[in-house]
Structure formats: structure tokens, C-alpha cells
Design a protein around this ligand. Structure first.
Ligand code: NDP
Length: 452
């Protein structure tokens, strides 16, 4: 496999989820692998995404749990929250993971350069330090980057890259967008006591999710004090004395005062300045690298995985794509990624989780041959905590075959419940299979097998 004509068999650009997995697996097959990373090993998920976000979600949950504590007989003398303590603890865990990912590369004999790499041809890259390197294959796994729309004063706003480093907890937060990042951070800041306003260009939150779940999330989060301004966008942001920001919105007479403005209006493939044109690599309309189903770009020696291809912007998908690439190119195995039934979750408060077809998608595909089963319940935890919030579980079933086509959940721990249900949907199980399963009591998950 090793070709002495090149410095390496594989050169990977980007040491995130997809790049690290591909490097490690390829090296395991005996390939000589090097990876270049311009910032920190671990990528978006580990350094400034899923992991630190989830820790902030855990941190913010204590607000509710400490309130509930009295009902369980605990006396909490004085409840205070210190943002720098949480922020720094999260940063420390990110350091730990950064080191763990670096160790993974070292222990798999993957050489790594903490440097920016640019493609100079089908089999060559140049590091920012000036070093020229050749490789038989190149894998681009550079991920995506938050989009900052152009408006006056956008330099006063932050994205999900900066939100983990805020000096203090903002008292008032304005969040632009109503997708994953917007609603996850709306939940975190709301729970931590900030006043949150979500500003979105349409009146639809979390567009790809089932409408019933979206409605439920909207109702609950509004009752929790999050304000929504729909069908409007940020026009300009002014900085006033002592750091106060004034957010002017289209169609809204009064500006909103804020201590932080978080822009979460999508992420764009990070292809700028990569030198892709030097290898004739075609880009799509959103700046994404166009790949075939095997991840091959329009340059046969160059492949791409993960968010930079803008197929499914989820860590586990990038990992699978990186693994499949290494299996195919270096392991002689025809591993493919199945894009069917990918489960996903939004760690909003409450969280929601979903797999398969939504009710609307199923009706579009099957017309009237769709059966819907729902359970609208008040979780035991909420009853005891005197919270009126209700969970909602929905099964979308093919009326002809009885197959469960989609599972959609909102409520405490919904993502934990969904993962097991995703196995059933992926395996093509029927509603009768769900019904034949004995409930696990008392749990929220038991609702999945009790819908009649
Ligand atoms: P999303 O695509 O989830 O949401 C973007 C939001 O911004 C939508 O509300 C959209 O409105 C709005 N929007 C899009 N373009 C514009 C624009 N030009 N001007 C104003 N508003 C705009 O993006 P995120 O940034 O929240 O997240 C990016 C991706 O990261 C997600 O798609 C997801 O794949 C991944 N992610 C996954 C997480 C998870 O798995 N839990 C967590 C965080 C991120 P509209 O819908 O009306 O078009």
C-alpha cells in the first residue's frame, strides 16, 4: 500500500471528529498518515460544540433541581451561581479531551502538525510554516464555521465560538436564529437566570423537527420566560456606555437592550482559502465540497468528510464517514454510510429527540396511509416539582405495513430514550413489536410501548 513516491499515504486536513477517526483507522491499516490542524485537536464537537455545550446544559439544570430539592426534604441554604466557575471547569474538560485526542493520534502513530494546510495540487499541500508535503491521498475534514450575517454593529455580536468564553453571565441575551444552537443556548441562559429573546426570520423554530414537538417546545419555553420575536431580523447593533448593546430589529419600533447578542443562523463549510481550486475541486452553492457517495471529490485523489460536505452536520455522521473512507481506501473493505434513520436531538430545555419521518413527511409520502399515536403525559418528576410541563411522544406508523417510520419525543431525558427507539426504527420494527414489549415501570420511556 505504501507508495515511496509520496511523503505520506494519507494527509488529513482538520483534526476534528471525522479527521481523527479517518487518521486512526487508516494508520491501523498500516498507512503512513499525517494530519494538520490549525487550532486544537478535537474539532468543533469537542472544543466549541457538543461537549462544552452539554456541560453547560448540565450546569444550568441545577437551577431546577435545586428548586425541587426542598420537595425531597433537602434544605439548600443559599443558592448562588458563579458563571466563571462553570466556564472554567468546562474549559478544563475541553483541555482534557484535547489531550486525549492528541494521545489517540500519537498512540496510532499519526504525525500531526499544529499548522494550517493549503492544498497546492492533487497530491500536495503546503503548511503555513512553508513546508511542502506530498501524499497519495488527501482527506479534507475541516468542518464548518458559524455564519455572521452582515449588519451594522455585527462586530459586537458573538457566535457559538465565543459563547463559551464570556467574561460574565449576561443579564439580557438576544439570540438570532431559532435552530439547534439558538434554542440550546436559549435554554442554558434562561435556566441560569438571564432574560432571553430569540429573534428569527420566520415563525418556525427547529424547521426539520415534527410540528407537534416544535409547538410544545415553544409553549414550554415561553412559559419559562423566553421571548420570541418572529418574522424579523437584526438590522443593527449599537454599543452604548458600559457595554450595553441596543439591538435594532426590522419592523420593530423599539430596540432591545442586551448584554450579549448571540448569532446562530447556521454554519457554513469552512472551505475559504483551502486552495481547493488548485486541485480542481468543485464546490456547491453553499460553499460545500461536492462529493460522491464514497466521499470522493471531483479530484480523484482527494476526499472529504463531515460538515465541510454539508450533508448532515452531525458529529456521529462525520465519524462514520471518516471511518468508512479509511476502510475503503486503506482497508480493502466496502464500508458505506447509511444516511437512513439518523437520530438527532436538541438539548433545549426540555430536550427533544427524533428519528425517521415526521408526521408531515410521512403524509407527504404515504397520503392517508399513516397512523399517528401520541402520548401526552406529565412526567413524574414534573408533578413532584409542581411544574405543569408535559412531555409528548409521537409514533408515526405506516398504516399498511404497521412499520414504525418515525419516533418523536419531547420531555426530560428525551435523547436518552430516543437512542434505543432509533434501533427499532432502523431495524424496521412494527407498532405490534412495540406493543408486544412489556413496559419498564415507572419510566418515561414506557410511554413508547403504551400508545394505543
Ligand atoms: P440551524 O440550521 O439549526 O438553524 C439556523 C437558524 O437560523 C434557523 O432558525 C434559520 O431560520 C435561521 N437562518 C438561517 N439563515 C439565516 C439568515 N441568512 N438570516 C437570518 N436567519 C437565518 O443552524 P445552527 O447554527 O443552529 O446549527 C448549525 C448546525 O449545527 C445544525 O444544523 C446542526 O446540524 C448542528 N448542530 C447540532 C446540534 C445537535 O445535534 N444537538 C447542536 C448544535 C448544532 P429558518 O429555519 O426560518 O430558515
Amino acid at each position: 500500500m505504501t507508495d515511496p513516491a509520496y511523503d505520506y499515504d494519507l494527509f488529513v486536513i482538520g483534526a476534528g471528529s471525522g479527521g481523527v477517526r479517518a487518521s486512526r483507522i487508516a494508520a491501523g491499516y498500516g498507512a503512513r498518515v499525517a494530519v494538520a490542524e490549525e487550532y486544537r485537536v478535537g474539532g468543533t464537537c469537542v472544543i466549541r460544540g457538543c461537549v462544552p455545550k452539554k456541560l453547560l446544559v448540565y450546569g444550568s439544570h441545577f437551577a431546577e433541581e435545586l428548586q425541587d430539592a426542598a420537595n425531597y426534604g433537602w434544605t439548600v441554604e443559599k443558592m448562588t451561581f458563579d458563571w466563571p466557575t462553570l466556564r472554567d471547569a468546562v474549559a478544563k474538560d475541553v483541555d482534557r479531551l484535547n489531550a486525549a485526542y492528541t494521545n489517540t493520534l500519537n498512540s496510532n502513530k499519526v504525525e500531526h502538525f499544529l499548522d494550517r494546510a493549503t492544498i497546492t495540487g492533487p497530491n500536495s499541500v503546503r503548511l503555513a510554516s512553508g513546508r511542502e508535503i506530498t501524499a497519495k491521498h488527501i482527506l479534507v475534514a475541516v468542518g464548518a464555521w458559524p455564519v455572521m450575517p452582515e449588519f451594522e454593529g455585527s462586530e459586537h455580536c458573538i457566535t457559538s465560538n465565543e459563547v463559551f468564553h464570556l467574561e460574565s453571565l449576561p443579564r439580557r441575551v438576544v439570540i438570532a436564529g431559532a435552530g439547534y444552537i439558538a434554542l440550546e443556548f436559549a435554554g442554558i441562559f434562561n435556566a441560569l437566570g438571564s432574560h432571553v429573546t430569540v429573534v428569527n426570520r420566520s415563525e418556525t423554530i427547529l424547521r426539520s423537527y415534527d410540528a407537534s414537538l416544535r409547538d410544545r417546545l415553544l409553549q414550554i419555553t415561553m412559559a419559562r420566560g423566553i421571548e420570541y420575536k418572529f418574522n424579523c431580523g437584526i438590522e443593527r447593533v449599537e454599543q452604548h456606555e458600559e457595554g450595553c448593546l441596543m439591538v435594532h430589529m426590522k419592523g420593530q419600533p423599539d430596540p432591545l437592550p442586551a448584554d450579549a447578542v448571540l448569532v446562530a443562523t447556521g454554519r457554513r463549510p469552512k472551505t475559504d482559502g483551502l486552495g481547493l481550486e488548485n486541485a480542481g475541486i468543485e464546490l456547491g452553492a453553499h460553499g460545500e465540497i461536492v462529493v460522491d457517495e464514497l466521499g470522493q471529490t471531483t479530484c480523484p485523489s482527494i476526499f472529504a468528510v463531515g460538515d465541510v460536505t454539508n450533508r448532515v452536520q452531525l458529529t456521529p455522521v462525520a465519524i462514520r464517514e471518516g471511518h468508512a473512507f479509511a476502510d475503503r481506501v486503506f482497508g480493502g473493505k466496502d464500508t458505506r454510510v447509511s444516511y437512513d434513520c439518523i437520530p438527532s436531538a436538541v438539548f433545549s430545555q426540555p430536550p427533544l429527540a427524533s428519528v425517521g419521518l415526521t408526521e408531515a413527511q410521512a403524509r407527504e409520502k404515504l397520503g392517508s396511509n399513516v397512523k399517528i399515536f401520541t402520548s401526552d403525559f406529565r412526567p413524574m418528576k414534573n408533578i413532584f416539582g409542581h411544574r405543569p410541563e408535559r412531555g409528548l411522544y409521537k409514533l408515526v406508523v405506516d398504516a399498511q405495513t404497521d412499520k414504525v417510520l418515525g419516533v418523536h419525543l419531547i420531555g426530560p431525558e428525551a435523547p436518552e430514550v430516543l437512542q434505543a427507539a432509533a434501533i427499532a426504527v432502523k431495524a424496521g420494527l412494527t407498532k405490534a413489536d412495540f406493543d408486544a414489549t412489556v413496559a419498564l415501570h415507572p419510566s418515561m420511556a414506557e410511554e413508547l410501548v403504551l400508545m394505543r
